[in-house]
Design a protein around this ligand. Structure first.
Ligand code: NAI
Ligand code: MG
Length: 330
């Protein structure tokens, strides 16, 4: 069956790394229909449009979306994040952000193999809050954290299912339950209730600040981590830095209930400093495409992509050359 895949190249190195990733997908022989979408900073500057509702409706009908990166120096921070990236996460209910960290022989932490499951539609990113008396000396800004039992539980369940399928079968909750006593309490109770259904999974808990120390000093202690939106955002950048660098950090914004497409993207941005030079490492985009194939049920193709990437330390050259060489090995 042919998969209908939406391609959002975006800006800067986004289209460059996606071209390499699609070379690799093509090499697997998986049958798919490619539907290109012109979205991102360049389109916004030219037309004032970020994500028209008609485009969002089209995206809903796809099987998956592959995104390069969006952002250009001429667009103020926040516009594309809220108007495009977060809008797709909320509108398509991409409630799990799945970020694997695999450190190969060329990195400091050879052998590290962990996944951070980040709640992706609630917490401080839900947009609750506002200003009072803005631009006066008595200005107040509030930014609330939204934590629903349903939203937390569906992510916790995803993380337990994931841990159950892995060799180490271990899951840590990471939060700040000692200070964020309301949200933390909801997370801890939900985690404990669901844990009772998974007696085969070993569980643990770390405060987020302690987890930062462990990430640097003994990351091998972790298998799967479940955490909230903000902690997950920060922790996964640290994970990227210890797990082979930004050129290998991949992610899936998942709708595990499969009420619509899931979206796969490298963690890095559009890197305007190297755009057009061929210096971008396409591996993060290729790993993201491999995760997409896995989620689409193309298990053998996904396995092959991950195997080739794992032994690709000797591959070098421009973005396109790396893509071609990895595609040839597939
Ligand atoms: P960035 O990730 O684009 O770049 C940070 C540094 O990492 C730069 O020095 C860059 O050259 C390097 N880098 C990034 N990806 C690389 C790769 N594949 N290979 C080799 N080096 C790589 O983050 P930055 O500079 O903070 O943001 C640049 C633009 O990207 C901004 O407009 C920002 O808003 C946007 N952005 C978009 C994201 C997305 O689309 N999901 C995520 C993060 C940033
Ligand atoms: Mg981030």
């Amino acid at each position: 069956m042919s998969h209908r895949i939406g391609i959002i190249g975006g800006d800067g190195i986004g289209p460059e790394v996606l071209a390499a990733a699609l070379d690799v997908v093509d090499a697997t022989g998986v049958d798919y229909e490619r539907i290109d979408y012109d979205l991102g900073g360049t389109r916004f500057l030219a037309t004032g449009e970020i994500l028209p509702d008609s485009v969002l409706d089209e995206l809903r009908g796809l099987d998956a979306i592959l995104l390069g990166a969006v952002g250009t120096p001429a667009v103020a921070p926040g516009i594309l994040e809220r108007g495009l990236l977060l809008k797709m996460r909320f509108a398509l209910d991409l409630y799990v952000n799945h970020r694997p960290f695999l450190a190969g022989p060329s990195t400091l932490n050879d052998g590290v193999d962990m996944v951070v499951v980040r709640e992706n539609t609630e917490g401080t990113y839900a947009g609750e809050g506002g200003f009072l008396r803005k631009d006066t000396p008595h200005e107040i800004a509030t930014q609330g954290s939204v934590n629903t039992r349903m939203g937390v539980e569906r992510c916790v369940r995803y993380a337990f299912d994931l841990a159950r399928g892995r060799a180490a079968k271990q899951l840590h909750l990471v939060h700040k339950t000692n200070v964020l006593t309301f949200a933390g309490d909801l997370w801890q109770r939900t985690f404990d209730v669901v844990a009772a259904e998974y007696p085969d999974v070993t569980t643990g808990y770390d405060h987020v600040d302690a987890a930062c120390i462990h990430f640097v000093q003994r990351p091998e202690k972790y298998d799967v981590i479940i955490t909230d939106n903000l902690f997950g955002d920060i922790l996964t950048d640290l994970g990227g830095a210890i797990g082979g660098g930004i050129g290998r950090a991949a992610s899936g914004n998942l709708n595990p209930a499969r009420t619509g497409p899931s979206l796969f993207e490298p963690v890095h941005g559009s890197a305007p400093d190297i755009a057009g030079t061929g210096a971008a490492d396409p591996r993060a985009a290729i790993i993201s495409a491999g995760m997409m194939l896995e989620f689409l049920g193309e298990t053998a193709a996904a396995k092959r992509v991950h195997e080739v990437i794992a032994s690709s330390d000797d591959v070098s050259g421009t973005t396109a050359e790396i893509g071609t060489q990895i595609a040839e090995r597939i």
